[in-house]
Design a protein around this ligand. Structure first.
Ligand SMILES: [Zn+2]
Length: 215
């Protein structure tokens, strides 16, 4: 990830990047963003799950930090090599945005109205695998500071029926899947376009081991 290509958005964005108390740089609204607004596309290099496994070894990381996002069963977006401002949107257990897949693209939408100065955040909800224990939670530690912070960016443990099209943002996700026992937190997005802004999954993300696909 040392040589990553940044492709700035060609459109004016409703946010700016500043240091965040959550982690590193964060995205902060510079104007009011209405609920349901498609804010930005999450860009990344399209690679296969196998390639993602080769590139990243979860077990070698003290704290999980990659930029993979599952697009479908075979494809992962790696924002470690090609990315845009969307990569800087942090995780929070009390999100005001969500990531949805639409026709093979991942977009970040506002799920509440966001005021200027507020940090844009969404719930990464990394996919859990059955063997994940305390060590995995430590690897995926969350420091979002929300009152309801669950302490980890892994998806909540309860099972939720996986709704159509959830996408999973995977940070080195595929690993867990293909290897079975590794934690491969797959970040999930739900795919449904803006409409989901209204439907807002109360089910949180599905933790089905299978990544969801966009269509
Ligand atoms: Zn949290």
């Amino acid at each position: 990830m040392t040589s990553s290509k940044f492709i700035p958005s060609t459109k004016p964005l409703p946010f700016e990047l500043h240091p965040s108390s959550i982690q590193g740089m964060g995205a902060f609204a510079i104007r009011r963003i209405r609920k349901g607004t498609r804010i930005i596309e999450y860009l990344g290099e399209r690679i296969t799950q196998a390639e993602a496994d080769v590139r990243y070894d979860d077990e070698a990381m003290e704290r999980h930090h990659t930029f993979l996002f599952n697009l479908d069963k075979r494809t992962v977006l790696d924002a470690g090599t090609i990315h845009n401002e969307a990569r800087y949107i942090n995780h929070s257990c009390a999100p005001n945005c969500e990531a949805l897949i639409d026709k093979g693209h991942i977009y970040i939408y506002a799920i509440t109205s966001i005021e200027p100065g507020e940090e844009l955040v969404y719930d990464y909800g990394y996919e859990r695998t059955e063997d994940m224990g305390p060590e995995a939670e430590a690897l995926y530690v969350c420091r979002c500071g929300a009152p309801n912070c669950r302490g980890t960016i892994l998806a909540p443990e309860k099972k939720a029926p996986s709704r159509k099209k959830a996408a999973s943002k995977s940070k080195a996700a595929s690993k867990s899947k293909s290897r079975g026992k590794k934690d491969a937190g797959v970040k999930k997005a739900a795919g449904k376009k803006a409409s989901s802004a209204g439907t807002r999954r109360s089910t949180k993300r599905a933790k089905s081991p299978g990544r969801k696909r966009a269509s």
